[in-house]
Design a protein around this ligand. Structure first.
Ligand SMILES: *Cc1c(COP(=O)(O)O)cnc(C)c1O
Length: 368
């Protein structure tokens, strides 16, 4: 049996090879490699896709978060509420601004911030909430946005896993003060290297990000107005991303169809399947199930014996990680810890066949 990997980023290139190769050749011949027309056009296309006024490319999703938080004015000592059940970059960005992450427990169904617990955690020093749309599942933005407004704090979206996801008729990235995207190769829209992007409806915030990403200079200016960074989306990546963005609806649709197929096959198993919020559209960056306590390791081994990859995202919540445990709250975050013990992500990617899903599902059904 051919090994089945978690994802197949190379397959997207093979499907779009003619157009991607032409885009690469165009940039190579142009002699413009940083901050040129490809990045600028991609920014316009992304702003239109997400449904916001402004988009700014940068070097990674991690930088997108940090630049957005800095531009929103997050600084030393500011408390920023976020989820412990996410990739470390979310909390890294908060720490690098001098902010203090306040980890709040998640909703067991969505794996995202639980709005009720968020509201209870808002205090004197809370300056912002960073909501993560984990695995492609939109966080409860209607509730979080209402809360941010009521308490006069910022809401920033970590959309690294959710490009194209929607809730309440709006795309993720369009509901917070800023939305932050990653184009890491395995993400729903993946570059052939690192890349990131910030979207915002606010012109002033966009101008601040534009300055911060390029050494604190305004375009065409040699004045370092603030201490900035070198964080740009290069022309090659932007040109490749422009080709892929034209197919994102197709690719996300294929992820959703693969998820449906898993759901039909696994409906009557003891596995807890991903929650589908009827207000929104999940884009299945991951298809993550909860397995019965104590069954994860044997299931992983059984899949492995049949050459099927699986992954645990995330085995240790951030408040238990050495880098962030000093920010561990007094109260235990029991839902995050239980989910971290039981979660298992299965292969999912555009172009995944019914046969491949069958293979995974059969092995699960026999071993759960
Ligand atoms: C991938 C990811 C990031 C970081 O993006 P990079 O482009 O790898 O820096 C941030 N947050 C989440 C939730 C991610 O999955």
């Amino acid at each position: 049996m051919k090994p089945l990997e978690m994802a197949d980023p190379g397959a997207q290139y093979r499907r779009l090879k003619v157009d991607v190769d032409a885009a690469v050749a165009r940039v190579m011949a142009s002699g413009r490699y940083i901050l040129g027309p490809e990045c600028e056009t991609f920014e316009t296309e992304m702003a239109d896709y997400v449904g916001v006024g402004h988009a700014l490319g940068c070097a990674s999703g991690t930088d997108a978060l940090q630049l957005a938080l800095l531009a929103a004015g997050i600084g030393p000592g500011d408390e920023v509420i976020t989820t412990p059940f996410t990739f470390g970059a979310t909390a890294e960005a908060i720490r690098h601004c001098g902010g203090v992450p306040v980890f709040v427990d998640i909703d067991e169904r969505t794996f995202n911030l639980d709005p009720e617990r968020v509201e209870a955690a808002i205090g004197e020093r809370t300056r912002a909430i960073v909501a993560v749309h984990l695995f492609g599942q939109p966080a409860d933005m209607p509730a979080l946005a209402g809360m941010a407004e009521k308490h006069g704090i910022d809401l920033i979206e970590d959309c690294a896993q959710s490009l194209g996801a929607e809730i309440g008729g709006r795309r993720t990235g369009a509901m917070g003060r800023a939305g932050c995207f990653s184009f890491f190769p395995s993400k729903n829209l993946g570059a052939c290297g690192d890349g990131g992007l910030i979207v915002t409806g606010e012109e002033r915030l966009a101008e601040t990000v534009r300055m911060l990403r390029n050494h604190g200079q305004r375009p065409g200016d040699k004045v370092h107005e603030v201490v900035g960074y070198n964080s740009r989306l290069d022309e090659l990546q932007a040109a490749i991303l422009r080709v892929k963005l034209r197919h994102i609806e197709q690719f996300n649709g294929e992820r959703r169809r693969a998820a449906d197929c898993y759901r039909r096959r696994l409906r009557n198993s003891p596995l807890v399947l991903p929650f589908e919020d009827e207000r929104g559209r999940h884009v299945y960056h991951q298809f993550t199930v909860l397995v019965p306590e104590g069954r994860r390791e044997p299931i992983i081994q059984a899949l492995h014996r049949r050459a099927i990859a699986s992954a645990v995202y995330y085995p240790v919540p951030l408040h238990r990680q050495p880098a962030f445990q000093q920010h561990s709250p007094a109260e235990p975050l029991t839902v995050s810890e239980r989910v971290a013990r039981r979660c298992l992500s299965l292969p999912i990617f555009p172009g995944m066949t019914g046969e491949q899903i069958e293979r995974v599902a059969n092995c699960l059904l026999e071993n759960v």
